[in-house]
Design a protein around this ligand. Structure first.
Ligand code: IMP
Ligand code: MG
Length: 177
């Protein structure tokens, strides 16, 4: 599994950088000046760091917080149950929230996070993911903002892991069996 032959680049760091700028432009047109960005750990940490700096470059100054959700364990398929491991601290009552995650797949993680935020009395909750695996999937709830459509493969890099490894790759890659 550590053999580089198992890694097939999907999106280069240059492609990601260029897309981030477009994404930040779209978010800046939609979100108010005063909003809360909540990154869902751990997979989104590098994407969120780059996106939030791109948002700043586009004139936004959100409050930034983090929540940790779990569902995957160390395998490549979801356990199907999402659990709240650590909540965000910012008071989101009456606020507009942008949830930031790495990948939208089954949608369970973002559905859980959205419901959790709305239960706190948020004014609105929007979602932003780097990769959307749901294209063409019946019943999928689309993200408000996304970086790229992704094939239905297991991907790593740019913060995304397999068994806690590969997060440091500067690009997104498909992990082959
Ligand atoms: P969902 O709940 O099925 O939408 O899955 C989304 C969560 O599962 C994301 O927050 C990711 O952390 C994780 N995930 C889904 N697909 C992958 C993948 O291909 N590589 C790494 N993590 C993934
Ligand atoms: Mg995740």
């Amino acid at each position: 599994m550590d053999d580089p032959a198992h890694i097939e680049p999907l999106f280069t760091s240059d492609e990601i950088g260029a897309r981030l700028d477009g994404l930040a432009h779209d978010i800046a047109k939609t979100m108010p000046q005063d909003f809360v960005a909540v990154a869902i750990l751990k997979g989104s940490f590098i994407f969120a760091a780059d996106l939030i700096r791109a948002l700043t470059a586009h004139g936004l100054n959100p409050e930034v917080d983090f929540m940790t959700l779990g569902s995957y364990g160390t395998g490549t398929t979801s356990s199907g149950t999402v659990s709240l491991l650590r909540d965000a601290e910012v008071d989101v009552h009456g606020r507009e929230v942008l949830l930031i995650d790495d990948i939208l797949d089954s949608g369970r993680t973002l559905t859980f996070a959205r419901a959790h935020m709305m239960a706190k009395g948020t004014k609105a909750v929007r979602t932003c993911v780097l990769l959307d695996k749901t294209k063409g999937r019946a019943g999928a709830i689309p993200p408000d903002f996304f970086g790229f459509d992704s094939p239905p493969a297991f991907v790593v890099g740019y913060g995304m892991d397999h068994a806690h490894k590969y997060r440091g790759l500067p690009f997104v890659a498909i992990l082959k069996a």
